[in-house]
Design a protein around this ligand. Structure first.
Ligand code: B12
Ligand code: SF4
Ligand code: SF4
Length: 389
């Protein structure tokens, strides 16, 4: 078939047929943005201010994230896809106790479950428009595409003050995926209000619930998150020590953070997703903190197989579990964190277990151990608690 890329003679092709086929593949929303103009999103200023913490891979691809023509030469359209992961069956965290997981983590890794449909979506461009394999690229999360800003331009939703892409139909419980293509499709319109379009908080009005609810004051302005202070960064992306001053704010959040999503009133209008590209692992929400604190490597691998949590590794999960234990006030957990502080092979785990032990009132039991500790990470924890090292 002759490639029907549209646009060369000034005409754009209708997105209708592609939209229908992509919806049939299981995506919950499909919208089209013109790729011609690079984004004006202040990504460079965010990076220059160091708000990306140690996620240096973001700096290496900054130009591409803003300009899809650097991803696919001659790119004309960014197709933005949404996968709604809200389900009425999603367990709500216990109101008073236990670890709290980001809702997206109560599924098999979405990168893996969405990818086959993205590959099939590429074939749709080939079938319907004769696109060649080198004339488009598909990504979910990890590609060099600033997905939320492209989704806002495509009108998939608007950028909330919580920085999330919020859809009027799906709320903010939406994974995003992107297809960059040379085909010039007629673009969809961005979400507007009477005053402006495409700006942060387009449909937020005077609401500031998300900004007020953040437990670690991570917002520097509406729509701008300083990752260094964000619980999501600290519990998922940070592979090292969680800063002591942020630990109390982490509360019961063991992996990720949904607080600025949960409080958003736009979710009230959200319908549950079709779940066609997801595999629920709601059972993870039943794990007690005491069970997590004693996980063996074998049991960890078995329980978290195929979930995003596997990328954290057991040491990362135990680190987070110690922070949650330290915040819990539950003295029944003291023997468990004490054992980790004394015996765990990883200094990262020992360091956070020492903190948790002190928080639960068991610091005096570590006096003898503190004099034997040689690792600087762990010694620092003792020094902060003013015990001899
Ligand atoms: C790095 C990253 C993170 C970092 C940094 C987050 C951040 N706020 O930037 C950390 C680890 C903290 C993180 C956390 C989370 N993330 Co994340 N993350 C990414 C990733 C890989 C890149 C984002 C990025 O480049 N950030 C840099 C900032 C500058 O860009 P941005 O936030 O995307 O863009 C905003 C600003 O430019 C601002 N903006 C736009 N115009 C203007 C104009 C002015 C004047 C101003 C001031 C600002 C402004 O609004 C934009 C949209 O929010 C994307 C995937 C991707 N490829 O894009 C996923 C992504 C954004 N994450 C996602 C999710 C689900 C989360 C979490 C909810 C996970 C969790 N439950 O723990 C939290 C939410 C935290 C939050 N409120 O933002 C989803 C968001 C889906 C959606 N509906 O919005 C994405 C798109 C992944 C996906 N494919 O589904 N994430
Ligand atoms: S994800 Fe949590 S810590 Fe990060 S900005 Fe939102 S509320 Fe704050
Ligand atoms: S909570 Fe309020 S301010 Fe925050 S994104 Fe939702 S509507 Fe906007």
């Amino acid at each position: 078939m002759k490639a029907d890329l549209g646009g060369d003679n000034g005409t754009a092709v209708s997105p209708h047929a592609v939209r229908e086929r992509l919806l049939a593949l299981g995506f919950d929303d499909v919208r089209f943005a013109a790729a011609g103009e690079p984004l004006k999103t202040p990504l460079r200023a965010w990076l220059a201010a160091g708000m990306h913490a140690d996620m240096d891979w973001l700096t290496r691809t900054v130009d591409k994230r803003l300009d899809p023509a650097l991803v696919v030469p001659g790119a004309r359209t960014v197709i933005m896809l949404g996968v709604n992961y809200w389900s009425d069956a999603l367990p709500r965290p216990h109101p008073a106790a236990g670890p709290v997981w980001a809702r997206y983590a109560l599924h098999e890794d979405y990168h893996d479950t969405i990818k086959p449909a993205l590959l099939a979506a590429g074939k749709v461009l080939e079938d319907l428009h004769g696109a060649t394999a080198d004339s488009y690229r598909c990504y979910v999360d990890t590609g060099p595409v600033l997905e939320r800003s492209w989704a806002a331009r495509a009108g998939l939703g608007f950028t909330g003050k919580n920085a999330m892409l919020i859809s009027r139909r799906h709320g903010n419980w939406l994974f995003l995926a992107a297809m960059v293509t040379r085909i010039a499709f007629t673009p969809d319109a961005p979400v507007r209000n009477r005053h402006h379009e495409g700006a942060v908080g387009t449909l937020c009005g005077k609401c500031t619930r998300c900004l007020d609810a953040c437990p670690t004051a991570a917002f520097t302005a509406p729509g701008v998150v300083d990752a260094r202070r964000c619980v999501s960064y600290q519990t998922i992306e940070n592979k090292g020590v969680i800063p002591r001053e942020l630990r109390p704010g982490i509360g019961r959040r063991i992996y990720g953070c949904d607080t600025c999503l949960e409080v958003c009133p736009w979710n009230r209008f959200a319908a549950a997703g079709r779940q066609l590209l997801l595999a629920a692992r709601h059972d993870l929400a039943d794990l007690a903190l005491a069970d997590i604190l004693v996980l063996s490597p074998e049991r960890y691998a078995e329980v978290f197989r195929r979930t995003p949590i596997k990328r954290l590794k057991l040491t990362g999960l135990l680190r987070n579990a110690c922070v949650v234990a330290g915040n819990s006030g539950d003295r029944a957990l003291l023997p468990l964190v004490l054992t980790l502080a004394r015996t765990h092979a990883s200094p990262l785990v020992r360091a956070h277990a020492v903190w948790a032990t002190f928080r639960l009132g068991g610091g005096a039991q570590l006096t003898a151990d503190s004099t034997l500790e040689r690792d600087p990470l762990v010694r620092n924890e003792y020094e902060q608690e003013a015990l001899p090292t």
